[in-house]
Ligand binder design. Structure first.
Ligand code: SAM
Length: 138
């Protein structure tokens, strides 16, 4: 993805995440995906559970979620498995929502939010045990 593409993606998604999720949208998400994590894609809770099982995620792991939007599915996986998580995305707006949700879920100290492009992640090699990304290549 070029820098121009990243700038366009950031502009597009910051507008979307800048608008609060309506009760109707949350209900649609619950019915379609199975939860209300502010998902902005098609990955269901059953699929996120399958990630956790397939990856053997546990409280010992440090997870990186790239292009996490409002924190889906990284925050959910942290709640479900006890792992630590860093959720990243281009726009700040979604990560603000993610920070609020992390606090609500009692993830303080176990969840971090970082504005970053996938092409230039600001982490040392070996910082994470597991990496996920859902519906980012769109
Ligand atoms: C369809 S949304 C999916 C968000 C979330 N993973 C979900 O499933 O709800 C795609 C996300 O990828 C992010 N994204 C797109 N290109 C990216 C890039 N080059 N680096 C980091 N994030 C990117 C967008 O900002 C957006 O939040």
């Amino acid at each position: 993805m070029s820098v121009r593409d990243e700038l366009q993606a950031r502009a597009r998604f910051e507008e979307r995440y800048g608008v609060a999720v309506s009760p109707v949208a949350s209900e649609v998400e619950r019915r379609v995906i199975g939860g209300d994590w502010g998902a902005n894609g098609y990955t269901t809770m059953a699929e996120a559970d399958a990630f956790a099982r397939g990856l053997g995620l546990s409280a010992a792991d440090h997870l990186l979620d790239i292009g996490s939007g409002r924190g889906w599915p990284g925050l959910y996986l942290a709640v479900r498995t006890g792992c630590r998580v860093v959720v990243t995305d281009l726009p700040l707006e979604g990560l603000r929502v993610a920070a609020d949700r992390a606090a609500t879920e009692g993830l303080a100290g176990r969840a971090g939010m970082v504005v970053a492009a996938a092409s230039g992640l600001p982490f040392r090699a070996g910082s994470f045990d597991v990496i996920v990304h859902t519906d980012v290549l769109c």
